[in-house]
Design a protein. Structure first.
Length: 283
C-alpha cells in the first residue's frame, strides 16, 4: 500500500511537471520568456520521454538568458537540455552541445562541460559531423580524449580533402584547425586555418575564430609577428560584433554562441601572444 501511494505521488508530480513544461512552451510561443523561465524554475523532474516542444523550451529560454548575459541561469537551462536532448536531429544536438559548453565556461562551471563533451564526442564518432567535433574542442583535450577522437578525425580529414570546392567553406576547415592546435600540431593548424581563410564562402564569426587560432598556432611555432597580425585581425572582428550587440544569429552568418566562442578563444590568445616582444623584434 505504501509503494502504491508513493507511485501515485510520483505520477502526480510527473504529470504536474509535464503540465508546467507545456505551459512554458506556450509562453515561449508568445515570446514571454521571463514567464517561461519562472515556470521552469518550479519543475522538479524531467519527463523520461519529452516531446520536441518540451526539449526546445529549455533551449529557447537558455538562449534568451544567454543573450542577456545571465550565464549562470542559462547554464541551468542548458544542463537540463543536454539531459533530455535525444529526439532532435543530429545537427541541432551538436549545436546544443556547442552552445551548452560555451555557456558553462561563461558561467564559470567548466566541470559541467564533461556531459556536453561526452554527447558531442559520441555523436561525432557516430555521424562524422564536423559540428560535433567542434563542440568537443571548446576546452583543451586530455590524452584520453585525443585518443578517443583521433581515428575518426583522421578518416574525416581525408573525406574533406576529397570534397569539391563548391562544397567547402571556412566552416569546413575550422574544426580541423582547432583539432590540430589542441593536439599541438601547430604547422597543421596553420595550414587548416589558411585553407579556411582562403574560401569564398565565409561566415564572420568563423573567419574571426580562424584568425585567432592562426595567431595562437603562429605564436607556438615561433612566428611572433605573424601571430600579432592575425590576433589584431581577429580582435577587430570580434570587438566590432560585440560593440554592435549580440543577437540570435542564423546558420549562414553564425549564431550567438559562435561569437561567444570566438571571444573565449580571443581571451586565451591574448594571454598567450606577446605583441610587445614582437614589436621589439621588428625594431
Amino acid at each position: 500500500e505504501r509503494d502504491a501511494r508513493e507511485r501515485e505521488a510520483h505520477l502526480r508530480a510527473e504529470a504536474e511537471d509535464r503540465a508546467k513544461i507545456t505551459q512554458a512552451v506556450m509562453f515561449v510561443s508568445q515570446k514571454k520568456y521571463a514567464e517561461a523561465d519562472d515556470l521552469l524554475n518550479t519543475v522538479k523532474s524531467f519527463p523520461d520521454n519529452p516531446t520536441l516542444d518540451g526539449v526546445s523550451v529549455f533551449r529557447s529560454v537558455g538562449e534568451w538568458l544567454a543573450l542577456q548575459g545571465r550565464w549562470q541561469q542559462a547554464a541551468d537551462r542548458y544542463s537540463a537540455l543536454l539531459k533530455i536532448d535525444k529526439l532532435d536531429r543530429s545537427t541541432q544536438i551538436a549545436a546544443d552541445c556547442q552552445a551548452g559548453g560555451i555557456v558553462f565556461i561563461e558561467a564559470g562551471y567548466p566541470e559541467r562541460f564533461g556531459d556536453a563533451w561526452q554527447i558531442s564526442a559520441t555523436g561525432y564518432i557516430k555521424t562524422w559531423r564536423p559540428s560535433f567535433l567542434l563542440a568537443s574542442l571548446i576546452l583543451p583535450l586530455n590524452q584520453t580524449q585525443i585518443e578517443t577522437l583521433k581515428p575518426t578525425v583522421a578518416g574525416l580529414e581525408n573525406h574533406v580533402n576529397e570534397l569539391s570546392a563548391k562544397n567547402l567553406s571556412d566552416w569546413t576547415f575550422l574544426p580541423y584547425a582547432l583539432w590540430e592546435y589542441r593536439c599541438e600540431d601547430y604547422q597543421g593548424a596553420i595550414q587548416w586555418c589558411q585553407r579556411g581563410l582562403a574560401q569564398k564562402r565565409t561566415s564572420p564569426p568563423y573567419v574571426a575564430t580562424l584568425h585567432v587560432i592562426l595567431a595562437m598556432a603562429y605564436d607556438q611555432n615561433g612566428q611572433s609577428r605573424e601571430a600579432c597580425s592575425e590576433l589584431t585581425q581577429g580582435r577587430q572582428l570580434i570587438d566590432d560584433k560585440f560593440k554592435s550587440g549580440l543577437d540570435q544569429g542564423r546558420a549562414d552568418v553564425g549564431f550567438w554562441f559562435d561569437w561567444v566562442f570566438a571571444r573565449q578563444l580571443l581571451q586565451a590568445a591574448s594571454a598567450l601572444v606577446n605583441c610587445n616582444s614582437a614589436a621589439d623584434e621588428t625594431e
